[in-house]
Design a protein around this ligand. Structure first.
Ligand SMILES: *[C@@H]1O[C@H](CO)[C@@H](O)[C@H](O)[C@H]1NC(C)=O
Ligand SMILES: *[C@@H]1O[C@H](CO)[C@@H](O)[C@H](O)[C@H]1NC(C)=O
Ligand SMILES: *[C@@H]1O[C@H](CO)[C@@H](O)[C@H](O)[C@H]1NC(C)=O
Ligand SMILES: *[C@@H]1O[C@H](CO)[C@@H](O)[C@H](O)[C@H]1NC(C)=O
Ligand SMILES: *[C@@H]1O[C@H](CO)[C@@H](O)[C@H](O)[C@H]1NC(C)=O
Ligand SMILES: *[C@@H]1O[C@H](CO)[C@@H](O)[C@H](O)[C@H]1NC(C)=O
Ligand SMILES: *[C@@H]1O[C@H](CO)[C@@H](O)[C@H](O)[C@H]1NC(C)=O
Ligand SMILES: *[C@@H]1O[C@H](CO)[C@@H](O)[C@H](O)[C@H]1NC(C)=O
Length: 810
């Protein structure tokens, strides 16, 4: 293992200075011994890449010394000196060289941050900001660094930086999240190199509880991060000597700006700067699921993967620190709205505490089991001890929890592992509890009934006439609904069908008894006029394989879309729910593949403005009564006024369905849909997610296996969903895998257009043997026998020229 020497920095400085930025910045790049930085003074690295000075997080009154990108329009802090010790007056505070150290003095000239070197004494020390984003302390122009910020990262890992372990003291350098977006003080989540020297990175909560591991480094990838394979953005090097072990990474194209961040959400995220959209694009993050982050929602908070905010307080609880909660810092947790009766000063006032049944929960940690025989005794046990906060009773017997409930999770509806948790609450939290309130309610109800009858006789018919007029309003081919009509149709949004990136979907019935699906959009950023214009555009897009938009409602912030209801739900519910007894047979799967391709082809080519879907996955393929596929959710990105990178940022998974060009920051074309469609074809074949953890904890990446088998003329039935018992048309199966391999080629130009895919699946266009896509060159899970796939570019271009020259047989 060779050490990456500091010369790399100088090399990169030279390359950057002379090749990319012809005109170096005018500002100084260093603080020498007789200088200091105050107020809004800054220093800028030699080629103008990074800037260092005082900054103030938005909505904060505190100032910090930090480093940010000089040319990125959104101020992006990559390093902070005084995370814990802000200053409030930058004209009196100063950053200067003092006693051989770089020291920050606050407004009363007291040192609040220092590089803390004891040996240094020389007056000729200077601090230099390098173009790599490394702030270094050195003796004059010596190439030895006395101190460097790359040895003291805060929350960001830059290319060339190290995340190291001191091999002598076993002390890791932590990458630690900010407390929240307005406070750079160290938060609860940290990334470190495993102190047991296993070459794994770990993410810890409060530097104690581990909740994610990268797995070991095998020279090319971390074992739990298979998506690193096929990465053409940066290379990763592991360095280990008698003093330190660390990983460092370098961008192949040094003009692409990239950073890893330990985010306030508890995830490690990688971003690249997209010049075109002037935004940071999220290209990778782990852990995959937000709710895997340990104690994300604090005590008595519950994590829900499908909720836009992820954390919610349990019924009867409210956020303890509302301001932090609003800033997505949930660590303060939730507190009771009403004290438990057993805790109150007047315990004998008669009303007992009661239990609220919460179904479909993933139970919290640290339970105690109690040896009682039935649910009633379990409840009594919990009720009789005031420190008991919840209990659960199932086949494993009675479990009780005392004190704070941590790590509660709402299971998704199709996950049968959810349990029922009984939460202890004060009796007054139950709406039906107060006897004398009932009388009041009785009177009110009586009055309401009388008024209601009067209204029904005189006023409602008039209103109804009016509303009906409104409801049947037409805009283009679309119905314009009133909010109240939709609320009635969905019985006050009671039957939820699902939840997507843009909002929840509810089942409803119109007065003409036709069944509809109503999507309640969340956070629409469009103005009224533009929203209507976009809705009408979507409304004109009609095809037998696209879900039909019937109408919409737009009343202030209430934006709803009304679609035809699809009785057979979405494709994922048939493919991946192993317990679903009705297995989709091969013929249906093939028809679904073909229909989806036709729908996408229409979106890409046939309608007036080409629509790129950007989010093709089984969840967005709905099935009608005859299992005909209908593509859902097209045109949404434009409709809600977000560009595609925002959609990406909201994406929950990793690269599962994402084309590699999403990583490049370049413009996205319809070929990105082709890629995602290809990934979905692999799933139609296997009946499994394209990447999943097997029982022994290994990552299985199915497309690689399938692509390899078909390219070597192997037994294609071996990759077929075992639930089909080999019942498939072998020719169709082979064709489908070939098409999937073509669709998932790394280069956009090598992927077929959707129109060609339709022809291939129809059998009118021949499909040549595809090369195994490079992004799929991934080990198959067998530990002893890791198979790495290789491809040859010549084979690829040969094959692609074949595909474009093959002619239609029709
Ligand atoms: C700072 O010190 C250097 C040499 O020690 C000297 O050349 C320079 O003029 C000084 N600058 C100021 C602003 O005093
Ligand atoms: C700053 O605070 C105001 C009001 O407290 C809030 O409306 C605004 O969204 C905040 N800005 C940011 C960037 O958090
Ligand atoms: C400056 O720092 C010292 C030492 O940390 C602290 O006691 C003092 O209150 C600070 N002054 C101001 C104005 O914050
Ligand atoms: C984190 O750990 C420290 C001790 O290591 C403890 O004092 C502190 O309360 C913990 N923080 C939380 C939020 O539990
Ligand atoms: C990775 O990058 C370093 C520094 O640029 C270079 O020395 C090394 O050869 C690269 N390794 C690979 C496998 O490309
Ligand atoms: C380890 O550190 C010591 C001093 O701290 C230094 O003399 C030695 O060269 C270092 N070893 C390596 C392999 O860098
Ligand atoms: C490097 O990235 C820049 C900016 O994205 C791009 O303009 C340039 O063509 C790339 N260079 C290479 C060699 O790919
Ligand atoms: C109540 O539960 C707590 C925690 O399990 C336990 O320490 C305590 O002894 C119990 N009190 C009684 C009266 O059983």
């Amino acid at each position: 293992m060779d050490n990456v020497k500091i010369s790399w920095f100088w090399l990169s400085v030279l390359i950057l200075c002379f090749s990319l930025y012809a005109h170096p910045s005018l500002g100084a790049d260093k603080i020498t011994s007789n200088q200091s930085l105050s107020g809004d003074q800054t220093i800028v690295s030699a080629c103008g890449i990074f800037r260092l000075g005082f900054f103030k997080p938005s909505n904060s009154s505190n100032y910090y010394v930090g480093m940010w990108y000089n040319k990125v329009s959104v101020q992006t802090i990559v390093w902070v000196a005084n995370r814990d010790t802000p200053v409030s007056d930058t004209t009196a505070a100063k950053l200067t060289i003092s006693g051989g150290n770089l020291v920050l003095f606050n407004e009363s000239q007291m040192p609040v941050w220092s590089t803390n070197l004891n040996s240094a004494s020389s007056s000729s020390v200077e601090a230099v900001l390098l173009d790599s984003g490394n702030l270094v302390l050195r003796q004059d122009t010596s190439s030895e660094f006395l101190w460097q910020s790359f040895d003291h990262p805060t929350h960001t890992w830059l290319p060339g930086g190290k995340l190291k372990l001191d091999t002598r003291t076993k002390q890791p350098n932590y990458l630690t999240s900010w407390k929240n977006s307005e406070n750079p003080a160290p938060g609860l989540f940290s990334l470190e190199l495993d102190p047991k020297e296993t070459t794994s990175y770990l993410i810890l909560w409060n530097k104690s509880q581990q909740y994610w591991s990268s797995g070991r480094w095998n020279g090319q990838i971390f074992s739990e991060v298979p998506e690193m394979m096929g990465n053409r953005l940066y290379n990763t090097t592991f360095v280990s000597d008698s003093n330190e072990s660390y990983f460092t990474y370098n961008m192949y194209n040094t003009s692409i700006m990239s950073r890893f961040v330990m985010d306030v959400s508890g995830k490690i995220k990688q971003f690249i700067w997209s010049e075109a959209s002037e935004q940071w694009t999220l290209i990778w993050s782990q852990p995959r699921r937000q709710c895997e982050v340990y104690d994300l929602c604090g005590a008595f908070g519950s994590c829900d993967e499908n909720s836009l905010t992820f954390c919610n307080c349990l019924t009867g609880f409210e956020p303890k620190l509302q301001n932090d909660w609003n800033l997505n810092d949930y660590s303060g947790g939730c507190q009771r709205k009403t004290q438990l009766q057993c805790e109150s000063s007047n315990p004998s006032s008669g009303k007992n505490d009661r239990f609220l049944a919460m179904s479909n929960m993933k139970l919290p940690q640290h339970s105690q089991s109690v040896g009682v025989g039935n649910a009633g005794e379990c409840e009594t046990t919990c009720l009789s001890n005031c420190s008991c906060t919840a209990y659960a009773y199932d086949s494993n017997g009675c479990s009780i929890w005392s004190g704070d409930l941590l790590n509660l999770q709402q299971s998704s509806q199709d996950d049968s592992s959810g349990k029922t948790l009984y939460l202890k609450l004060a009796a007054s939290e139950f709406s039906d509890s107060k006897g004398n309130k009932r009388i009041v309610i009785g009177i009110v109800v009586g009055a309401v009934v009388v008024v209601g009858v009067l209204l029904a006789i005189f006023v409602f018919p008039m209103l109804r006439r009016r509303r009906r007029k409104k409801a049947t309003g037409l805009e283009g081919t679309l119905m314009v609904f009133g909010y109240r009509d939709l609320r009635n149709a969905t019985k006050n949004f009671s039957e939820k069908l699902g939840r997507g990136g843009f909002g929840s979907v509810f089942k409803g019935t119109l007065p003409d008894s036709s069944v509809i699906a109503v999507k309640k959009l969340e956070s629409v950023g469009q103005g009224e006029k533009q929203f209507r214009a976009e809705v009408i555009t979507i409304g004109t897009v009609q095809h037998v394989n696209l879900v039909r938009l019937r109408g919409f409602c737009s009343e202030g912030t209430k934006k709803l879309l009304v679609y035809d209801y699809m009785p057979n739900s979405s494709l994922d519910s048939h493919l991946f729910r192993q317990k679903n007894p009705n297995v989709l047979d091969w013929e249906l799967r093939y028809q679904i593949a073909l229909g989806t391709a036709r729908g996408l082809n229409y979106l890409h080519d046939k309608c007036r403005d080409c629509i790129i879907h950007c989010d093709i996955k089984p969840e967005n393929i709905l099935l009608d009564a005859d299992f005909r596929p209908k593509v859902a959710d097209f045109g949404m990105a434009k409709l809600v006024g977000r560009d595609f990178s925002r959609v990406l940022t909201n994406m929950r998974g990793t690269r599962g369905y994402l084309a590699p060009e999403w990583l490049s920051g370049l413009a996205i074309t319809s070929k990105a849909d082709v890629y995602s469609y290809g990934m979905m074809l692999f799933e139609l074949v296997s009946g499994r997610r394209n990447s999943e953890l097997s029982e022994d904890g290994q990552v299985k990446f199915f497309p690689a296996l399938a692509a390899n088998i078909v390219s070597q003329g192997g037994d294609v039935v071996s990759v077929l969903d075992p639930r089909l018992n080999g019942n498939a048309d072998i020719e169709e199966l082979t064709r489908m895998i070939k098409v999937a391999s073509w669709c998932t080629q790394d280069e956009e130009a090598h992927r077929p257009a959707m129109g060609q895919v339709v022809q291939m699946l129809e059998g009118v266009l021949d499909v040549n043997l595809p090369p195994v896509p490079r992004a799929l060159q991934i080990f198959v899970h067998n530990q002893q026998n890791r198979v790495f796939f290789t491809d040859s570019n010549s084979a690829q271009s040969q094959a692609i020229s074949n595909i474009s020259s093959s002619s239609s047989k029709s």
